[in-house]
Design a protein around this ligand. Structure first.
Ligand SMILES: Nc1ncnc2c1ncn2[C@@H]1O[C@H](COP(=O)(O)OS(=O)(=O)O)[C@@H](OP(=O)(O)O)[C@H]1O
Ligand SMILES: Nc1ncnc2c1ncn2[C@@H]1O[C@H](COP(=O)(O)OP(=O)(O)O)[C@@H](O)[C@H]1O
Length: 221
């Protein structure tokens, strides 16, 4: 934070919104939440998050013949996409990854406060960065850490963008899993086995877990 920013925070006052969170959520028909998909590049974060999004928004759930629930307001925040705009000034050093996750965490918090189910798909390799978002969402909206688990070998064999190969050839530095760390979650709400299950099966697991745990239920505050 710059000196100017530090001095300015003294002159900023929090404005209480006129519409409360629970009033807003009730008007939407469900609560907001942040589903945070973390895992290696190529583990399946984007594919699964997008499939869940489709199942929630379009009610596109072929395997579920029991419910006729209405559309859920969800939205995917994806590392690759966010790095084209909001975080276009950031690279992949430890500090830049922390700032990337901090910014996205703040955006996700605002969106969840507004009643959106945020599907955030970021490598987010450091526990401390993920835990910071978990803490900042306490009392606002549920935070669900979803570990998309795939071995490095599996991710490397998928390598849809050819990035692992470039990292192995030394053309990309600080590539997660090759010459940069990935800290696996210790207390993830959900672990998805992306080594052996399909994207459809895993997305189904997420939606079933959301329903079974009443994650989108509005609790009066
Ligand atoms: N050095 C390095 N390490 C890891 N990933 C790299 C790197 N350089 C570029 N990429 C591409 O950037 C995508 C990851 O962006 P994220 O914002 O999710 O990364 S992070 O959470 O800040 O660590 C990641 O996308 P996914 O494959 O979808 O995970 C890569 O395509
Ligand atoms: N569970 C899975 N089983 C097989 N292939 C998968 C699975 N999940 C993703 N893939 C494939 O792996 C590649 C990387 O998936 P992607 O969703 O882009 O991963 P990430 O967002 O974690 O980088 C894509 O080609 C995708 O089709």
């Amino acid at each position: 934070m710059t000196e100017d920013a530090k001095n300015s925070t003294n002159n900023i006052t929090w404005h209480q919104p006129t519409v409360s969170r629970s009033e807003r959520w009730k008007a939407r028909g469900h609560g907001g939440a942040v589903l945070w998909f973390t895992g290696l590049s190529g583990s399946g974060k984007s594919s699964i998050a997008n499939q869940v999004d489709s199942m929630l928004v379009l009610n596109n759930n072929d395997n579920d013949t029991t419910t006729t629930t209405s559309s859920i307001h969800s939205y995917v925040l994806d590392g690759d996409n966010v790095r084209h705009g909001l975080c276009a000034d950031l690279g992949f050093s430890l500090e830049d990854r922390a700032e990337n996750i901090r910014r996205v965490g703040e955006v996700a918090k605002l969106m969840a406060d507004a009643g959106t189910v945020v599907l955030a798909a970021f490598i987010s390799p450091y526990r401390v960065d993920r835990d910071r978002i978990r803490s900042s969402l306490e009392g606002v909206a549920p935070f669900c850490e979803i570990f998309v688990q795939a071995s490095l070998g599996e991710c490397e064999s998928r390598d849809p963008k050819g990035l692992y190969q470039m990292a192995r050839e030394g053309k990309i530095k600080n590539f997660t899993g090759i010459d940069d760390p990935y800290e696996e979650p210790l207390n993830a709400e959900l672990i998805l086995d992306s080594n052996s299950k399909s994207v459809d099966e895993l997305a189904q697991e997420v939606v079933q877990w959301l329903q079974a745990n009443d994650i989108l239920k509005i609790k009066d505050s």
